[in-house]
Design a protein. Structure first.
Lengths: 335, 329
């Protein structure tokens, strides 16, 4: 225990005071960070290509087309900067909607001169699949396709046929990608049992594990204990990133405090649970002691945050989980 | 084990359907161009829908084959080459038609091959336009092609990346429904610690599908993917509530048996093997299973138990092969 405490003390001292949630190779919440990085790169590449296109059009004395390309390039550039500067790009959807509406209007109202803006229409469905959720993408792609195909009726007949075929292929492929992505995501979400922020198991996995552990506890007549760790109510007033940071730090400390045969879960209420099969009184005391030390080091969790619940012979997995959630609820209610 | 997105995008039916849709759209376009008097374009491009329809039929007929690029690559070339031939006479029309290629390539070729194919088409486009068209038009054509191609490439990359990340957080194998190797490593460490502490036995049973590559080749990924959940459910029917099935590699499944002594594990192993042989597998008549078991000895670590099981399983596989060769000979 002493060695473990020394190790923990060193780690606590080494940890920087404010860990960044969205960058860093050790960040577990990498999904959002990677998506953000890729989207920002995509927008910058688009901005660069469009700026080059605008330059070529300007050199070719096509000032109208050059101004359209330059406008879209500037918008993409600004959007890339916005994505890079903001930590929560998809909490507010209005920038994506604004960009999509501007692009759609530029395409629809600039086709009177030549057929150049038609190229923007080809990548618009892909941008929709890239930036918007499936349902929104479906609605917007449908409305835009209708308007675009109607607009093509007034365009040069020789080019309109080819443009409409290419556009239809683009829309169909974008829809196919969007659909396949959504189906794959749904399937993977079903199989995903670990929380991306903390690496702890999710509440769904707890029910599965209880179904395994209860027959084993009955068979071996051993003690099965659940330790609930609640973080203070004051955390709910913190910003999303600050709360994530605290939760992540607490999970790290907890995973270091528990024994190898224990399992850590993050409940839907954001609180943590340690499943302790074959538990002895000394295990619980050890966990309490380690936790007290770790939580004091993190300076953010109240001392009475740990609550214990033991398996009773008349419990099954569902009733035990129910009792746990009731205990969790009671703990959250103000005294 | 393959990605959920990859499973769908590699589906021969999706590929065939997309080629048929494009062929129908091209036929309608040809009729339109014929009415407009663009006879030369109609004559040159007429080969494309025919090749696409033929490729769709070939994709359907060879749907069990693992790789179908030998069909999809020529089909895409049949779309590209006529447009490159017609490019000097009507670059706007041809460029519009060539812009279909990046979309289709990611759908029918897969991500990596599509990256390369589109790059080659972009280079050929640049070369040809530099020869036959003014330099500014050539550059404009290339930029427009890159604009569209990169949009599709980024989307494909983003979807792939998202699925890789999500799969790394998944505990279950999406094909079979069994827990995956990541979860196995965590559970094995936990169970070894419990076994050591409680001084209770812990056993593992390894099950390996023999000639898995040949099964895939003969029956196709889809048939094998349908068989795997049945296999996992059949094993689960034989075990206790606390036991768990894991899929470690394509062909390798492990069964974790906490609090199970060696004789119990041997009895269970024989029962699983017998049930597997007696059961009818309608899709895969020729499937065979190698099984082996180990029981943890005191002070043995998780990796040592696993290594011992793998050795025993390899030995069992060799013995099965020798027995099969002896029976045939």
């Amino acid at each position: 225990l002493k060695a473990s405490r020394q190790r923990l003390q060193t780690q606590v001292q080494d940890q920087p005071p404010g860990i960044t949630m969205l960058t860093g190779k050790h960040n577990r919440y990498f999904l959002r960070a990677r998506e953000l990085r890729l989207s920002a790169i995509y927008c910058l590449v688009l901005a660069a290509l469009l700026a080059l296109l605008a330059l070529i059009d300007w050199l070719d004395n096509r000032t109208g087309e050059a101004s359209v390309a330059m406008t879209v390039s500037v918008i993409c550039g600004f959007y890339a900067v916005y994505l890079t500067l903001t930590d929560k790009p998809w909490q507010q959807r209005w920038p994506e909607w604004l960009l999509v509406v501007i692009l759609a209007l530029l395409v629809l109202f600039n086709m009177h001169g030549g057929m150049e803006p038609v190229y923007f229409a080809y990548w618009l469905p892909f941008y929709l699949a890239f930036a918007l959720p499936w349902r929104n993408m479906l609605i917007l792609a449908g409305v835009f396709s209708l308007l675009f195909l109607v607009r093509l009726l007034w365009a040069d007949a020789a080019l309109a046929g080819q443009a409409s075929v290419t556009y239809l292929v683009a829309v169909l492929v974008a829809l196919a990608f969007g659909w396949m992505n959504r189906q794959g995501e749904l399937q993977l979400t079903d199989n995903m049992g670990a929380d991306p922020l903390t690496g702890a198991y999710q509440q769904g996995q707890l029910l599965h594990d209880l179904r395994r552990e209860i027959p084993r506890a009955d068979r071996q007549s051993t003690r099965l204990t659940l330790a609930l760790i609640q973080h203070p109510a004051s955390w709910s007033f913190l910003s999303a990133d600050q709360r994530d940071e605290h939760v992540s730090m607490l999970a790290l400390r907890l995973s270091e405090s528990i024994l190898p045969q224990h399992t850590l879960y993050r409940l839907d209420s954001d609180h943590f649970l340690v499943l302790m099969p074959n538990s002895r009184q000394s295990d619980i005391e050890g966990l309490e002691s380690n936790l007290g030390y770790c939580l004091a080091a993190s300076e953010s969790v109240a001392e009475d945050c740990l609550q214990l619940l033991s398996y009773r012979t008349d419990d099954d997995a569902a009733t035990l989980l129910q009792r746990l959630l009731e205990l969790d609820q009671q703990g959250r209610e103000p005294a | 084990m393959i990605d959920c997105f990859d499973v769908r995008i590699r589906s021969p039916m999706i590929r065939a359907a997309s080629l048929i849709v494009v062929a129908v759209l091209l036929l309608l376009l040809l009729i339109n161009q014929y009415w407009l008097g663009m006879y030369q374009r109609v004559l040159v491009v007429a080969i494309s829908p025919a090749v696409l329809l033929l490729a769709a039929v070939a994709l359907f007929l060879t749907r069990h084959q693992k790789s179908q690029h030998w069909i999809t690559l020529p089909a895409l070339l049949a779309l590209v080459i006529p447009q490159l031939i017609l490019l000097p006479d009507g670059w706007r029309q041809s460029l519009n038609a060539l812009l279909m290629i990046p979309f289709l390539a990611y759908l029918v070729l897969g991500r990596r091959l599509a990256h390369r194919f589109n790059l080659v088409v972009a280079l050929v486009l640049l070369l040809e336009t530099m020869i036959f068209l003014p330099p500014l038009t050539a550059l404009r054509s290339l930029l427009i092609f890159l604009l569209v191609g990169l949009s599709v490439a980024f989307l494909a990359q983003m979807i792939h990346q998202k699925h890789v990340v999500m799969r790394s957080l998944a505990l279950r194998d999406s094909e079979s429904g069994a827990f995956n190797s990541r979860q196995f490593a965590a559970v094995l460490r936990r169970e070894v610690a419990r076994s050591e502490r409680a001084r209770r036995p812990m056993s593992l049973i390894g099950m390996s599908l023999e000639e898995f590559g040949q099964l895939l080749h003969l029956h196709g990924e889809m048939v094998v993917a349908q068989f795997l959940p049945d296999l996992v459910n059949a094993v689960r029917d034989e075990v206790r509530a606390g036991d768990e099935v894991f899929r470690i590699r394509d062909e390798l499944f492990l069964l974790m048996l906490p609090d199970c002594p060696e004789d119990g594990a041997i009895v269970l192993m024989e029962r699983i093997k017998r049930q597997f042989e007696q059961r009818q597998w309608p899709a895969l008549a020729d499937v065979a299973l190698s099984v082996a078991t180990v029981t943890r000895i005191p002070n043995e670590t998780a990796s040592e138990v696993e290594r011992r099981l793998m050795k025993r399983l390899a030995k069992q596989r060799r013995a099965s092969l020798q027995a099969a060769a002896f029976a045939n000979g």
